[in-house]
Write a protein that binds this ligand. Structure first.
Ligand SMILES: C[S@@+](CC[C@H](N)C(=O)[O-])C[C@H]1O[C@@H](n2cnc3c(N)ncnc32)[C@H](O)[C@@H]1O
Length: 250
């Protein structure tokens, strides 16, 4: 397990760009929600995935480790947190937050800041009750207790802070190239790869013994055919609803 005396992504984000790249299908879903917004604030921007091209984009991110891995140097980047955005009211047409709100210290305060500085908010999140039914949790049950999962805000929390107009499901393609939590729903072997494990907080934050135990059980079930018997039908699907959602508010 990683030690806890540094900001989270300084510790677990070091090889983020190895397994976490923008997936074209997910990007299409996110960009459609931005509609005609010309100026976009990306909060919890990480390495810059999903930032749209052809618009004025400003990125906000607290972790220098993540900022170091940005490929696109053309964007304005501000080191900061969602809970205290250094911008005036209504400064942007839209604010986006992608797979980040479950890491915020005060999610409601952060979402209210998004609302203050933008006319539209686009939040890509996972619905915890739904994602926690994902088959991989059977192998790594202790994941439910890591802070980013335990306190993960769902639609109900987002609605407390934002005037949500619509919630859209995001289907995860079978060949998803962004290695987030349930991206490998039809490629179970990937959950044994140390780089993949390091790139998703629900595994990166597990105690070492729990990670080892779960990996061994999964490897055994893959070798014996037990995984195939229970979940093999997933391999025949093109995409899967694992509980990822986009909230649009304006
Ligand atoms: C899973 S990464 C997502 C990064 C990027 N949005 C993406 O889709 O690849 C979560 C990011 O949230 C950032 N983060 C953590 N706490 C934050 C906060 N309070 N305000 C803004 N960002 C935060 C982390 O540093 C990390 O870069």
């Amino acid at each position: 397990m990683v030690s806890s005396d540094q900001p989270l992504y300084e510790r677990i984000g070091r090889s983020y760009a190895k397994t976490r790249q923008e997936d074209p299908s997910v990007a299409k879903d996110i960009h459609a929600c931005l509609d005609h917004s010309r100026s976009v604030l990306n909060v919890g921007a990480g390495t810059g995935n999903y930032e749209p091209h052809g618009r004025f984009v400003v990125a906000v991110e607290p972790s220098p480790e993540m900022l170091k891995q940005r490929q696109d140097r053309s964007r304005r980047v501000v080191r900061g947190v969602a809970e205290a955005l250094p911008f005036p009211d209504a400064a942007f047409d839209a604010a986006m937050a992608v797979l980040t709100i479950h890491h915020w210290t005060d999610c409601l305060a952060g979402l209210r800041e998004l609302r203050r500085v933008s006319l539209r908010q686009v939040v890509f999140f996972f619905e915890p009750l739904r994602v926690h039914e994902f088959w991989a949790l059977e192998y790594f049950p202790e994941s439910i207790d890591v802070p980013s999962e335990q306190n993960a805000p769902g639609e109900d929390v987002i609605r407390q802070a934002l005037p949500v107009r619509e919630i859209r499901p995001v289907l995860v393609p079978r060949d998803c190239v962004d290695g987030f939590g349930a991206a490998f729903w039809a490629r179970p072997e990937a959950y044994l790869d140390p780089d993949v494990q390091a790139g998703m907080s629900w595994l990166a934050l597990l105690p070492e013994d729990a990670l080892k135990r779960g990996s061994e059980r999964l490897a055994d079930d893959l070798a014996s055919g037990a995984w195939e018997r229970r979940f093999g039908h997933l391999r025949r699907l093109d995409s899967y609803d694992a509980g990822y959602r986009i909230a649009i508010a304006d």
